[in-house]
Design a protein around this ligand. Structure first.
Ligand code: GLU
Length: 296
């Protein structure tokens, strides 16, 4: 056993698109090249944003691209108890506090100004829970495998929400609890999450979890320079016919892996086997990548 355990953790707010394929593929190749495991976690902590059945669509898409995961799939919406337990432990340490403020009330500030730190200003309102980013470990630092040394003061980023006033768990808390519980050694994900990592490091330290290694990936952007995302209506990854073969090759190109010419159009299993053997994250360039034009 290599001791490597990676994961892909999509939010099922819509089907996977090309940008998600690139993130899934990089984390898959990194895990398999290391002889490690690769897990799938469905991050549906925000059910109103996640149409029912989308988790199944995502599994079907991953299957069509040969990205097979190990072990059971964790679904965050079914995991209230471990998140509540983590929040209780943070609150007991004075690192989480209830907050009654609405976004509108602090809209003139760049970050939430911490008005409820010594008690909610309006205890009768529904309460969210926030992290005391000023009292946790700071600064936090890590060596990002692509972006190099990173050092942040989480307090400058603000007291992030851990539980929303509607009772929904935040991504930051759930991802830290689940990465620890699943024994994730390596996080490989898009660079749009790089500036979320400081809060996650602070939460790991407060909860006594070890810090995984991080590799943040260059973002895939559309021709207009915008991040590919479901909000920007990035098209769903096709699963039929030869489309997965073509898209897989384009994803390997987007990851600077120079797939061999003779494998163009080859079955996904053959392309993946070669890509696992040849995986070199050192080839990644840090700049955002334009999505290649659709093949004619
Ligand atoms: N669920 C997050 C997303 O789909 C990714 C979380 C992560 O990889 O840490 O953007």
């Amino acid at each position: 056993m290599s001791g490597y355990r990676g994961r892909f953790a999509p939010t099922p707010s819509g089907p996977l698109h090309f940008g998600s394929l690139v993130a899934a593929l990089a984390s898959f190749l990194d895990a398999r090249h290391a002889g490690g495991e690769w897990l799938l976690r469905i991050e549906d902590v925000d059910p109103p944003r996640c149409p029912p059945g989308t988790g199944d669509v995502i599994r079907h898409q991953l299957d069509a691209y040969g990205l097979t995961w190990d072990g059971p799939v964790i679904t965050q919406s079914a995991r209230d108890a471990p998140y509540q337990d983590a929040l209780t432990r943070l609150a007991e340490q004075g690192l989480a506090y209830p907050c009654s403020c609405s976004r509108k009330e602090w809209r003139d500030h760049a970050i939430y100004p911490g008005w409820c730190r010594s008690g909610p200003l309006h205890p009768e309102r529904p309460l969210a829970w926030r992290l005391r980013s000023d009292l946790g470990a700071r600064p936090v630092s890590w060596h990002d495998r692509l972006f190099g040394e990173q050092r942040f003061d989480p307090a400058a980023l603000g007291d992030v929400v851990l539980k929303r006033k509607e009772g929904l768990w935040s991504y930051q808390l759930a991802v830290v609890v689940d990465d620890a519980e699943q024994g994730i050694s390596d996080v490989v994900r898009g660079a749009d999450l790089l500036d979320n990592t400081p809060w996650q490091l602070q939460l790991q330290a407060a909860l006594g979890h070890s810090q995984p290694r991080y590799l943040h990936l260059p973002l895939i952007v559309a021709a207009n320079g915008q991040k590919l995302s479901k909000q920007n209506r990035a098209p769903a990854l096709p699963v039929d016919g030869d489309a997965p073969r073509d898209h897989l090759r384009r994803a390997l190109v987007a990851l600077d892996q120079s797939p061999p010419r003779e494998l163009a159009g080859a079955p996904v299993a053959d392309q993946l086997a070669a890509a696992i053997a040849a995986w070199q994250p050192a080839r990644l360039r840090r700049d955002a990548r334009r999505q290649a034009a659709d093949p004619a």
